[in-house]
Design a binder for this molecule. Structure first.
Ligand code: SHN
Ligand code: NAI
Length: 200
C-alpha cells in the first residue's frame, strides 16, 4: 500500500449504496469539499437529509456503468460483494476505487483518521483490523490534542516566510529545524519572537 493524501475539492466522487456504511464514508468526502453523488435504490434518512440540504446528489436507482464513468473516485458501499466487485473490475485500472465489503480488492483503503487543523494523522492496518486502527487513532488523538491546530498554523506561517526569503539553503534548513523546537509548541511568546526574528 502506498500512502498519499488527496486533494479532492470540486472532484466528482460517486458513493454506490445508501446504507450506514455509505453515510459514514460520505462525511470525510464532504469535509474535503468533494462533489458527491450517491447511487442507490434505497437511502437511509441521514443521506436523504444531506440531499435535502443540497450537500449531495442522489440517483435513486441500481448502479450502472454510466453512473461512475466521470468519477474521480468511487466508493463501492453496497451490501452486495458481487455488485461491488463488478464496479472494481470495471474501474480499477483508471480510477480510485474503494470496496467496503472486501479488503483484498479496491485500489485504496480508507484509514482511521483525525485532524488538528493542518495536521492529519491516519492509521491503516491493510485490512488486518479496522478496530485496531481505530484504537491507535484514539490513543494518538489524546497525545496530539487540539492545541496542535494553532501550532500548525504557526509552523505553516513560519515555513512560508522561510521559503520566500533569500536565505541560503543551509540557513533555511536551520530555521525549519529551529521551528519544531518544543518551546514553540508551548509558548505563544516564543512563537511571536521567532516570527519577529523572521521579519514578520
Ligand atoms: C479494507 C477496508 C476498506 C475500506 O472501507 O476502506 C475495510 C473493510 C472492512 N471493514 C469491516 C468491518 C469493520 N470496519 C470498521 C470500521 C472502520 N473500517 C475502516 C476501514 C476499512 N475497513 C478498510 C481497511 C482499513 C485498515 O485495515 O486499516 C475504518 C478504519 C475507516 C473508515 O471506514 O472510515 C473504520 C474505523 C475508523 C473510524 O471509526 O473512524 C468496524 C468497526 C466499526 O464499525 O466501528 C468494523 C467491524 C469490526 C470488524 O469487522 O473488524 C469489514 C467486514 C464487514 C462485514 O463483516 O461484512 C470489511 C471488509 C473486509 O474486511 O474484507
Ligand atoms: N468497510 C467498512 O468500514 C465496513 C464495511 N461493512 C460492509 O459494508 C456493507 C454495507 O453496509 P451497510 O451500509 O450497513 O448496508 P445496508 O444494507 O444498510 O445498505 C446497503 C445499501 O446498498 C444499496 N444497494 C444494494 N444493491 C445495490 C445496487 N445494485 N446498486 C446501488 N445500490 C445498491 C441498498 O439500496 C442499500 O442502500 C456491509 O455488507 C458490510 O459487509 C460493514 C462494516 C464496516
Amino acid at each position: 500500500m502506498y500512502p498519499i493524501t488527496l486533494k479532492i475539492e470540486g472532484k466528482p466522487c460517486v458513493v454506490v449504496g445508501g446504507g450506514k456504511i455509505a453515510f459514514h464514508k460520505i462525511g470525510p468526502l464532504l469535509e474535503a469539499k468533494a462533489v458527491v453523488t450517491v447511487v442507490s435504490p434505497e437511502i437511509i434518512p441521514e443521506i436523504e437529509y444531506l440531499y435535502l440540504d443540497g450537500k449531495i446528489n442522489v440517483l435513486q436507482k441500481e448502479v450502472q456503468d454510466d453512473d461512475y464513468k466521470n468519477a474521480f473516485l468511487i466508493i463501492a458501499a453496497t451490501n452486495s460483494p458481487e455488485v461491488n466487485a463488478e464496479i472494481y473490475d470495471k474501474t480499477k485500472d483508471t480510477k480510485l476505487i474503494n470496496v467496503v465489503t472486501d479488503s483484498e480488492i479496491g485500489n485504496f483503503h480508507i484509514p482511521a483518521t483525525f485532524t488538528r487543523g493542518r495536521l492529519q494523522i491516519s492509521v491503516a492496518t491493510g485490512g488486518a483490523s479496522p478496530l485496531l486502527a481505530q484504537k491507535i487513532r484514539d490513543e494518538l488523538k489524546e497525545k496530539y490534542d487540539d492545541t496542535y491546530e494553532d501550532y500548525l498554523e504557526f509552523l505553516y506561517e513560519v515555513r512560508m516566510k522561510i521559503k520566500q526569503s533569500l536565505l541560503s539553503k543551509e540557513e533555511k534548513q536551520e530555521l525549519y529545524k529551529e521551528a519544531i523546537d518544543e518551546k514553540y509548541k508551548h509558548s505563544i511568546k516564543e512563537r511571536n519572537q521567532f516570527l519577529m526574528h523572521l521579519g514578520c
